[in-house]
Ligand binder design. Structure first.
Ligand SMILES: [Zn+2]
Length: 320
């Protein structure tokens, strides 16, 4: 019998839900606006209704499918053991403290529920079906509206004390830099996220509307865009070099909307990171684009159901 799980990826702008099999294939999916301004209860209700539609569509998606459970990935810092939001920024107002796992389990009492941070879920997707297949030490960077990170060391996600580990966007690459929402100065997120790139362009008084325009002009050889991207790439390389020296990974996997700039972007990051990284460390590591792409969040959310042992789901053991 075909085994399927419901995956849900909760972001600041959209909720993406899907029915996914153990190989990461999507059978049914839907995307809807998060409508986060309406508050946490409204977002949670939209998530639960989306899960319900996925479960209802299972018989049509596959003749005889057995639903294994519900896997959810959410923006913000997630306490993995309780499935509660430990902290979320203002893209999801009021989301901090939301008991995602408990409320989902109340509505769907017969199914196991796993909840983690969205980039941790993407890392699960990369490890099982993507660019980190077979790797036990790697780092995922998601360059989007912010910068998210996930760290896999000795085969396991590094979660930290309450699930907050891996906030790689808040590693400073300039201690005199602009003030960040976290309190520090010069965080990587201020340079290499979409809004960060737009900020650099604005401060240079260049007439780009957003990061997408900067990247398009850069790929076309525009000299102003070149000045902006030079800063972006040096900031990223500085950050990535720090991660490499800290974790000695086999791979750094770079995804998110900004990374869609493609191979030239990646090539530039490789070159600059090599200059900033000690030779032995550099020799051991590869910088690769995310392979699971735009769907990594929802696929990884669902793949959690096959990734963790039943013991760990009950909170009785570590990752297998
Ligand atoms: Zn910060």
């Amino acid at each position: 019998m075909l085994e399927l799980s419901v995956g849900v990826d909760i972001g600041g702008t959209k909720i993406h839900a899907a029915l996914v099999d153990g190989q990461g294939r999507i059978y049914v999916e839907e995307k809807l606006p998060t409508d986060s301004a309406k508050g946490a209860d409204s977002v949670m209700e939209r998530v639960l209704q989306s899960i319900e539609r996925m479960l209802d569509s299972a018989p049509r998606a596959a003749q005889s499918a057995a639903i294994q459970g519900i896997g959810i990935g959410s923006a913000g810092q997630i306490d993995f053991s309780t499935g509660t939001v430990a902290f979320a920024v203002d893209t999801l107002p009021g989301w901090t403290g939301t008991r995602i796992k408990a409320r989902t389990a109340e509505r769907f009492p017969d199914l196991p529920v796993i909840v983690d941070n969205d980039v941790n879920c993407a890392a699960v997707a990369e490890q099982r079906i993507g660019a980190a297949s077979g790797l036990r030490n790697f780092i995922c960077l998601a360059l989007g509206t912010g910068i998210g990170g996930a760290i896999i060391a000795d085969g396991k996600l590094v979660r930290g004390t309450y699930g907050g580990a891996g906030e790689l966007g808040h590693v400073s690459v300039d201690f005199n830099g602009p003030r960040c929402s976290c309190g520090n100065r010069g965080c990587l997120e201020l340079y290499a996220s979409g809004p960060g790139i737009a900020r650099i362009a604005r401060e240079g008084s260049f007439s780009f509307a957003d990061s997408r325009q900067v990247i398009e002009a850069w790929l076309a050889g525009d000299s102003q865009a070149n000045q902006v991207m030079d800063i972006v790439i040096r900031a990223l390389a500085s950050g990535i070099s720090g991660f490499i020296h800290t974790f000695n990974p086999e791979a750094v996997i770079i995804g998110g909307g900004v990374a869609e700039a493609g191979e030239r972007f990646l090539h530039s990051i490789r070159q600059e990171t090599e200059r900033r990284t000690s030779a032995a460390m550099w020799k051991a590591v590869q910088l690769e684009p995310a392979a699971a792409g735009n769907h990594a969040g929802v696929i990884g959310a669902a793949l959690q159901m096959w990734h963790y042992s039943v013991l760990e789901l009950r909170g009785e053991g570590g990752a297998g």
